[in-house]
Design a protein around this ligand. Structure first.
Ligand code: C2E
Ligand code: CA
Ligand code: CA
Length: 527
C-alpha cells in the first residue's frame, strides 16, 4: 500500500454527501466512525467497521489514521450488536458460514428421508488473470455476470453460496439424484464458458467443478466441503472446463502430494536440488551455442524425482517462486563461473513457469540479479511455453518485453503443443521458437510432421525469429532438419543434460581437440 491512495481498496461507492459528512466529522470532531464496503488484497469485497482519526503532529504535518475490523469475522473487542456478514455484496449469495449451516440442516433432512445431499464446488478459473490484466471493476462485472447466469440456471431446490473470490458452492438436496446433478453441472460449465462482454471486451472463463456426496463420501459438513474441494482440485488439474466426482483415492493422492510438498520445502533447505545443463548446438558444425538449465531433485528415499512431477506440484502449493529464485541464483552462479573462470561466454537458458512470468517482482529480480553478477546480458536467456503467453497475454507480454529490453533473449518452448496460433507469432515478444520434441520424434516416418516443421521454419524466417528443434536423437532426424533449414537443436544425439563439471569438460573439448596419442591410436586399431 505504500505510496497508494486508500481509495484503491474502495469497493462500493456511496453518495457524495456521505463522504462530505464523513470528512466534515473528521475535521470538526477529530474522528469518524462507521461502516464501509472495502476490498481485500485477493479482491473479495467485505464490510468493515472503520474509525478514521485526524492527528496533527505539527501545523503542517497532518496524518489520518484508520483502524478497521472485518465485520465478517468476529473479533475480540468488537461490539456484539454488529451482525455477522451473511451475504456477499457482489452476488447476493450467502457466505461460507451460512452455507455450512445450510449443509448441516440438509444433512439432517437427508438422514430423515434416507436421501443424498450433493455438494458442488465451482471455480470460475482465470479470475486472478482478469484481475491482473484488467481492473477490479471488470473482474467484479465478470463475477456478477457469472453469478446471474448461475442464479438463472439453478433449480429452486438448490442453494448457492460464494465461498471465495472465484469459488461458488451449490447444494443440491433431494429430489436431485446423481444423474440430475451431473446434468446440471454439465450445463453450468457450458453456460459459464460462454464469453463475457465487459466494456466491449470479450472475456472467457474456463470453470472447473468438483462434487461430493453425503453420506457416501463424508459424514460432517466440514468433511463434505473438504471432499468437494479435493474433487475440484482434481478437475482443475485435468484441464479447465472439467468436472470431477469425489473418489476416496483422491484423498490418498492428495495426502501423498501434501507429503511431497513438505519434502520439497525440506529439499530447498538441504541441498537436495541441483541443476544440470543440456547443450544447444549448431547441427552444421556440431559446435555448442549455449545450454539450458534443467532442475533435478535427488530425494533422500525416493531417489531422482523428475521436474515434470515436482514443478507442477510446487506451482500448486505456492512454492514455485522459492524454487525459481533458487534456480535463478544457481544459474547465475554457473554463468559467472563459466564467464570469468572458464572464459566461456555462451548463453544459459532458464525455464520459467506461468507464475514466474506473471510475477512483476520476480521479473525485476531476474534483471537486477543479472546486473549484480556483472554478466553480459546476453549470457542469460529465458524459456516460456506458448500456453503461458496466450493465457496471461498482457502481463506476460509486458514482462517478457522488459526482459528483452534488458538484453535477455526469450525462447518459446514446446512450440506446437499449445495454441500454436501462427497468426499471433509475429506479435509475441520472442526471439526464438523451440519446436517440440513430439514433431521431431515422428518426422522421419511422418510427412505431416516434416511439413509442420518446414512450415514453422519458413514462418520463423519470415518474421525474423530463430528456430531450434528439441529432442533430436538420431542422425537421420538431424539430416532432415538441416535439409528443412532448421540448423539449431538440442537432444541426446549431441549431449544429454550434464552436471556442471562434465558440461565444462564438454565445452572445452571443442576448443582444444584431444591429440590422438600413439597409445590411443594403437588401442583403436586393436578394437
Ligand atoms: P523442457 O524445457 O522442454 O526440457 C527439455 C526436456 O527434454 C528435459 O527433460 C530434457 O532432459 C529432455 N530431453 C532433452 N533432449 C532429449 C532427447 O533427445 N530425448 C528425450 N527423450 N528427452 C530429451 P527434463 O529435464 O525432465 O525436464 C522436463 C521439463 O521440466 C522441462 O521441459 C521444463 O518444462 C521443466 N523444467 C526443468 N527444469 C526446470 C526449471 O528449473 N524451472 C521450471 N520452471 N521448469 C523446469
Ligand atoms: Ca525448456
Ligand atoms: Ca521443451
Amino acid at each position: 500500500m505504500a505510496g497508494q491512495n486508500p481509495g484503491v481498496l474502495k469497493a462500493k461507492s456511496r453518495e457524495p454527501e456521505f463522504y462530505i459528512n464523513l470528512w466534515q466529522s473528521v475535521e470538526q470532531q477529530g474522528f469518524w466512525k462507521g461502516e464501509l464496503w472495502n476490498r481485500k488484497k485477493c479482491g473479495l469485497v467485505y464490510r468493515q467497521l472503520i474509525t478514521i482519526i485526524k492527528v496533527d503532529r505539527h501545523e503542517s504535518d497532518r496524518v489520518y489514521v484508520a483502524i478497521f475490523h472485518d465485520l465478517a469475522r468476529p473479533q475480540t473487542g468488537l461490539p456484539l450488536q454488529h451482525p455477522a456478514l451473511n451475504e456477499d455484496v457482489l452476488t447476493g449469495f450467502i457466505d461460507r458460514e451460512e452455507f455450512r449451516k445450510l449443509i448441516t440442516w440438509q444433512m439432517k433432512v437427508a438422514d430423515a428421508s434416507h436421501s443424498d445431499v450433493h455438494l458442488v464446488k465451482l471455480d470460475l478459473g482465470e479470475i486472478q488473470t482478469i484481475n491482473d490484466s484488467f481492473d477490479h471493476n471488470t473482474c467484479d462485472q465478470v463475477i456478477m455476470d457469472a453469478a446471474s447466469r448461475l442464479r438463472k440456471m439453478l433449480p429452486k431446490a438448490c442453494h448457492l453460496a460464494r465461498l471465495g473470490p472465484d469459488e461458488f458452492g451449490i447444494l443440491c438436496p433431494q429430489p436431485f439424484d446423481l444423474d440430475a446433478t451431473l446434468q446440471l453441472i454439465e450445463s453450468l460449465i457450458q453456460e459459464l464458458s460462454k464469453p463475457y462482454i465487459i466494456k466491449a471486451t470479450q472475456i472467457s472463463l474456463m470453470p472447473s467443478v468438483g462434487c461430493a456426496i453425503y453420506p457416501h463420501d463424508a459424514d460432517t459438513p466440514e468433511s463434505l466441503m473438504r471432499c468437494s474441494r479435493t474433487a475440484l482440485e482434481f478437475a482443475k488439474r485435468s484441464g479447465r472446463n472439467c468436472f470431477a466426482l469425489y473418489d476416496k483415492s483422491m484423498t490418498e493422492i492428495a495426502r501423498e502430494k501434501l507429503l511431497m510438498v513438505q519434502d520439497l520445502k525440506q529439499a530447498l533447505k538441504s541441498n537436495q536440488l541441483f541443476v544440470v545443463l543440456q547443450p544447444k548446438v549448431d547441427m552444421r558444425s556440431g559446435l555448442p551455442e549455449g545450454a539450458e538449465v534443467l532442475l533435478r531433485w535427488n530425494h533422500p528415499s525416493k531417489g531422482m524425482i523428475p521436474p515434470s512431477q515436482f514443478i507442477p506440484l510446487a506451482e500448486e502449493a505456492g512454492l514455485i517462486t522459492e524454487v525459481s529464485h533458487w534456480v535463478l541464483a544457481e544459474t547465475l552462479t554457473i554463468a559467472k563461473h563459466l564467464y570469468y573462470q572458464q572464459g566461456i561466454s555462451l548463453p544459459i537458458a532458464l525455464n520459467l513457469c506461468a507464475q514466474d512470468i506473471n510475477n512483476k517482482e520476480f521479473i525485476e529480480h531476474v534483471i537486477n540479479s543479472l546486473r549484480a553478477h556483472k554478466l553480459p546480458s546476453d549470457m542469460l536467456e529465458v524459456e516460456v511455453t506458448e500456453t503461458m503467453l496466450v493465457e496471461n497475454s498482457d502481463t506476460a507480454h509486458l514482462h517478457l518485453q522488459q526482459l528483452r529490453d534488458a538484453g535477455i533473449k526469450v525462447s518459446m518452448d514446446d512450440f506446437g503443443t499449445g495454441y500454436s496460433s501462427l497468426s499471433h507469432l509475429r506479435d509475441l515478444p520472442i526471439d526464438r521458437i523451440k519446436i517440440d520434441r513430439s514433431f521431431v520424434v515422428g518426422m522421419t516416418a511422418d510427412r505431416v510432421n516434416q511439413g509442420i516443421i518446414k512450415l514453422i521454419t519458413d514462418l520463423a524466417k519470415l518474421i525474423g525469429v530463430e528456430i531450434l528443434a528439441e529432442g533430436v536423437e538420431t542422425e537421420q532426424q538431424k539430416l532432415q532438419l538441416i535439409e528443412l533449414k532448421c540448423f539449431h537443436a538440442q537432444g541426446y544425439l549431441f549431449q544429454r543434460p550434464l552436471i556442471l563439471e562434465d558440461h565444462i569438460q564438454y565445452l572445452h573439448s571443442f576448443e582444444h581437440p584431444a591429440p590422438v596419442t600413439l597409445q590411443g591410436f594403437s588401442l583403436i586399431m586393436l578394437c
